[in-house]
Structure formats: C-alpha cells, structure tokens
Ligand binder design. Structure first.
Ligand code: MRU
Length: 348
C-alpha cells in the first residue's frame, strides 16, 4: 500500500532486522520501527505495535526465524522451544500467529536458512492471499454499495491489501462507487484510527460511526452489506473476530443484509470443532478506562474517560455462529459456513 507515494508493507524483514509500521502511533504519526530480537517482536505483538491477524502472523514467523538465527549451538533446541512458547503466549486468539510459528519451527529444525525462507514465504503468501480475497470479494460488491465494516481488516492488519477492505479497494480501483460505514471499534478504536486512515489515504468515501449505530442504519436501509475480517475460524465456520462483530451479524440477519467474513485459509483452525473451542483474549481494563491521543500541545495524552473507581471488563473478541454468516471469502473461493464446505475447501 502507498503512503506519501511510497509503497509499504505492514511488516517486513531485511537481513536480521524486522521492520514494522508503528500502529499505535497512527493516524497521528507514521513511523517505522526496527526490531532485532525475537523478544522485541513478542513485545511488539503484545502491546499491539503490530496487530491484525495476518500482520501478527507474519511478525510471529519473523520472530521464530530470528530465534533460530540467534540460537546458541549449545542448548539450540531448548532456546528455540522457549522462544516458540514466548511467541505463542503473546496473543491467544489469532490463528495466523500459531500457523506461522508451527511452520517456521518445523523448517528451522532442518536449517536456520530454511526457517528464514519459510518466514518470508508466509509473509509473501499473506499478501498474495489478501489480493486474491479482494478479487473474489469484489464480485460481491455492486456499483454504489454502502458497506459496513468493523475493526480494521485492511492492509495494516495483514502484510498488504487486507481482507475485509481488499474487495473495497479493488472495487474502487475498478471504478465502482463505494461508501464505507466504519465502526469506531472501541476500546482501541481500530476503525476510527486505522480503517478511517487507510480509506482516507485511498480516497474512498467513508464515515466513522459509533459502535452502536449499525443496527439503526441497517433498519433505515442505509447498509447494503457487511464485511469483516476474522481472527480464527472453527471447523464448522463459527468465526472469532473483534468484539462487537456478533452484534452486527445478528442485526444484519434481522434486516436481510448479507454478512461476509473475509479471511485467508490460514485463519481456519480445523482443530476447533466450533466457536466455543476458540480462546478469547481478555485485555487490560485500562484500554476501556483510558483513551489516548494528541492534545492541543501536539503531545500524546492519556485521559480517564470512565467513572473513577469503577472496574472494566475487556474481552477483545467475540464469536459469530456460522448461521449468521452469509459467506466466507477466502483466497481459494467463497464458501458458505459448515464443516463439509470447509473440509472441501481445504481438501481434507
Ligand atoms: O486486536 P486486533 O486489532 O489485533 O484485532 C484483529 C482485528 O483487526 C480484527 O479482529 C479483524 O477484523 C480481523 S484480523 C484482520
């Protein structure tokens, strides 16, 4: 994706340095960060300097490869196993993270070079899959469509292109008129800060809406379809995505509005039989109680936005049952949820 006329990926690696866009600074500052150890990569995933299923998958792959590169010959296996454990304990819900560590770990047991090559392959494949999702999803977007999306499943959430937004970018490039309703996505505001920034940069008409406005707009006939991403898809098509997705899906069903999930097949976890097997990350209450942003002095400020003394609960994801999902757009094609369809798609 282009920023100020220069092409960027969200995360990439050159030699033994990992580069990433510092997402916590956006949309107020665009800065690239450099990381040189797997522990630094873990920290970046935990505090969400890098976030979004595909981007943290690519980062986890690079982190695993770095661990292989830096592992001492003595205690080699112990070192890389410990590293894998640390990488996998950063964030529990996004399947892509575990997909990446599993693959790079297996290759690393062959050689350090193989680990590095696999990490690059995972990142390249993520970008390629996202582009293909855009091509397939574009077919579902009519000229003049008004689309609601939740959270950020744009290029910042993947290595490039994104998933939920990839069809929107392609539709726009091909000359279709599109308008996007962007859920602000409390508490971390990935919609208001990241999706809105991406769409603004791409010149795509959009408006940020409060998280609780979706059903109202649907009831007024203002939304033609909903597309969101996914963090993990169970074998039966139940899908974990950013908290608040479930409400949109239920409302969309009520108003007969198509509700699509866009995700690469690397997000499917066949070992989870249904959504109830998916581990839901719970993040710090601080994310609810406080908000951050630049003040009039241009410096970053953190302010309390809730009643002092109250506690807060912060589940980061929810699970949308397959019955609310019209279709899952993957790089291999569009399918309806259901175990048989998913197994056929994966040729299992
Ligand atoms: O907590 P995040 O920002 O890493 O959450 C991931 C997401 O951006 C969403 O859940 C998204 O819709 C699916 S992953 C691209």
């Amino acid at each position: 994706m282009e920023v100020d006329g220069r092409k960027y990926r969200t995360v990439w690696m050159e030699g033994s340095t990992v580069f990433l866009i510092e997402q916590n600074l956006l949309p107020f500052e665009f800065r690239i960060k450099e990381l040189r150890t797997y522990s630094d990569c873990c920290h970046a995933i935990t505090i969400m300097t890098v976030r979004g299923a595909g981007a943290i998958g690519a980062m986890a792959g690079f982190a695993m490869a770095l661990a292989f590169m830096k592992a001492p010959s003595q205690d080699f296996l112990l070192f890389v196993m410990k590293a894998r454990g640390e990488i996998e304990s950063t964030r529990p819900t996004a399947r892509n993270l575990f997909y990446a560590t599993e693959r790079v770990f297996s290759e690393g047991l062959i050689s350090r070079e193989a680990a590095m090559e696999e990490a690059h392959r995972i990142a390249d494949k993520d970008a390629l899959d996202s582009k293909m999702i855009g091509e397939i999803g574009n077919v579902l977007i009519p000229h003049g469509a008004r689309i609601e999306t939740h959270c950020n499943a744009g290029w910042l959430a993947f290595v490039d292109y994104g998933t939920a937004l990839s069809p929107v970018y392609i539709a726009h490039e091909r000359g279709k008129e599109v308008f996007v309703y962007v859920d602000e996505t409390r508490p971390r505001s990935q919609g208001a800060r990241l999706t809105a920034w991406e769409l603004h940069n791409a010149g795509i008409p959009h408006v940020i809406i409060p998280d609780n406005a979706g059903a109202h707009l649907m009831s007024q006939g203002k939304i033609d379809l909903v597309i969101t991403g996914a963090d993990r898809i169970a074998a039966n098509g139940d899908t974990a995505n950013k908290i608040g997705t479930l409400e949109k899906a239920i409302a969309a069903k009520e108003y007969n509005i198509p509700f699509y999930i866009a995700a690469p097949t690397s997000t499917i976890d066949i070992t989870c039989k249904s959504g109830s097997d998916i581990i839901i990350e719970e993040r710090s209450p601080e994310e609810i109680l406080y908000q951050e942003g630049p003040g009039e002095d241009g410096k970053n400020h953190k302010i309390l936005v809730c009643s002092p003394g109250s506690a807060a609960l912060n589940p980061a994801f929810d699970v949308t049952p397959g019955k609310f999902i019209t279709g899952i757009i993957t790089e291999k094609g569009l399918i309806r949820p259901g175990e048989e369809n998913i197994r056929n798609l994966l040729k299992l």
